[in-house]
Ligand binder design. Structure first.
Ligand code: CMC
Length: 388
């Protein structure tokens, strides 16, 4: 083991070859299957992008129709599973509940758990994509004490999720369209991001030949942490704390620089000039907020905080810029999602990526169990008491 290289956090270790997502961190480039994120964000839909990420090519119209129909046909969950979800603590964090629910899919659908059977993996892919929004919406409805809303086969993927979440309170007309477009675009922007912590987790778990449901549930858990997907919730809580405490932005940044806390929504392992997703999201945030009558104080605060940090050498020297999570929370909040649902939206968006990586890995000629080495720094051999 003296030959192994110590690489904490895998900052310099490539653990696989992949054809799914290309990132150039210095240039701020992100492409799914070769297509620039800027084009997909504006011209694609979430389902089309999900298909692209999972199957490798943009779908022909007939293929997209078939994919979409399969998702509609599989959107419901068994009654027993609904009862199981309803029995979980209703005020528990939705990420904990969703991870548990996804894990149990393997038990409800044990005809699709064999990684060596391509048809089963495909069936599980459809079931995961189809059912995650249903599960997420049910958990949300439970948390606010409202009855769950069944999926509606007449609605498209994003509309259906919004409808199952907000019911009659979902915005209609022009605002409804903007709302749908915005959620769709945010999901597209989250669809994959190569070997981020949760996707790496899905691969590691899948490398033991664990089934796709177990692997994706592990991805949900990895995503929940505030350094990763949980950052979108943490950003909003940070903004609220700044507002409520009355602390000045300068004083807040001093605390960050003194390492009392991190500036949430800033920094990225790979992007060192800007995060191309955050550029798109900032534009979207202004659009969404313009559509509402009341100017959003937290958005204004976020803009000021970003500007102040970008002028401060602590942040510029370390190449810390706003990441994908900096403005999403402000948008979701304006749409009426409570902050503990923000990371759930990230999970719905990232699901195609998790599934695509799990599937790609199964066909990798270099496939083998993930098993890193360590540098041992503990005690030398010692004698058990009384043994000499
Ligand atoms: N606020 C203050 N200082 C920071 C921050 C931050 N947000 N991020 C990094 N730094 C400093 C860090 O203290 C270190 O300084 P020094 O060299 O003086 O010790 C330097 O920048 C490098 O940081 P690092 O911890 O080695 O960077 P990393 O690549 O290991 O961490 C990160 C990446 C995203 C976990 C980190 O930037 C962070 O904690 N950001 C806040 C949480 C966040 O927004 N996460 C979302 C990430 S993007 C999408 C996603 O994955 O969900």
């Amino acid at each position: 083991t003296g030959m192994t290289t110590l690489d904490p956090g895998f900052g310099n270790t490539a653990s696989c070859s992949s054809k799914i997502t290309y990132i150039d961190g210095a240039a701020g480039i992100l492409r799914y299957r070769g297509y620039p994120i800027e084009d997909l964000a504006v011209h694609s839909t979430f389902l089309e992008t999900a298909y692209l990420v999972i199957y490798g090519e943009l779908p022909e119209p007939g293929q997209l129709k078939e994919f979409s129909e399969k998702l509609r046909d599989n959107a419901d969950i068994p009654a027993e599973m609904g009862a199981f979800i309803d029995a979980m603590p209703r005020n528990g964090h939705p990420m904990a509940l969703i991870a548990s629910a996804v894990n149990t899919l393997a038990a409800y659908y044990d005809d699709s758990v064999d990684p060596d059977d391509e048809d089963q993996v495909e069936l599980a892919t459809i079931r995961l994509m189809a059912k995650l929004p249903t599960i997420a919406a049910r958990i949300y409805r439970n948390s606010i004490g409202e009855t769950p809303i069944e999926p509606d086969a007449a609605l498209d993927y994003v509309d259906n999720f919004i409808r199952m979440t907000f019911g009659d309170k979902a915005p209609t007309g022009e605002l409804g369209e903007l709302f749908n477009k915005a959620v769709g675009m945010l999901l597209v922007l989250h669809a994959d991001h190569e070997l981020n912590c949760s996707t790496a987790t899905v691969r590691v778990v899948g490398s033991s030949k664990a089934d796709i449901y177990a692997s994706v549930a592990s991805g949900v858990n990895a995503l929940s942490g505030p350094s990763h997907g949980g950052a979108n919730q943490a950003v909003l809580e940070m903004l609220e704390e700044i507002r409520d405490s009355g602390i000045s932005i300068e004083d807040f940044l001093e605390k960050v620089k003194a390492r009392e806390m991190r500036l949430m929504g800033f920094g990225h392992r790979v992007y060192k000039n800007f995060d191309p997703r955050s550029k798109e999201i900032k534009v979207l945030a202004s659009q969404i907020l313009d559509s509402h009558d009341n100017p959003d104080e937290l958005f204004a605060l976020a803009l000021k905080l970003e500007a102040a940090a970008l002028q401060d050498s602590y942040f510029t020297e370390r190449k810390l810029y706003p990441n994908v999570d900096f403005y999403t929370g402000v948008i979701y909040r304006t749409m009426g999602f409570p902050s503990n649902m923000f990371t759930v939206l990230f999970a719905i968006g990232r699901l195609p990526g998790w599934v695509a990586h799990y599937r790609e890995q199964l066909h990798d000629p270099a496939f083998r169990i993930a098993r890193p080495r360590q540098h041992y720094v503990g005690s030398d051999e010692r004698r058990y008491p009384g043994q000499g």
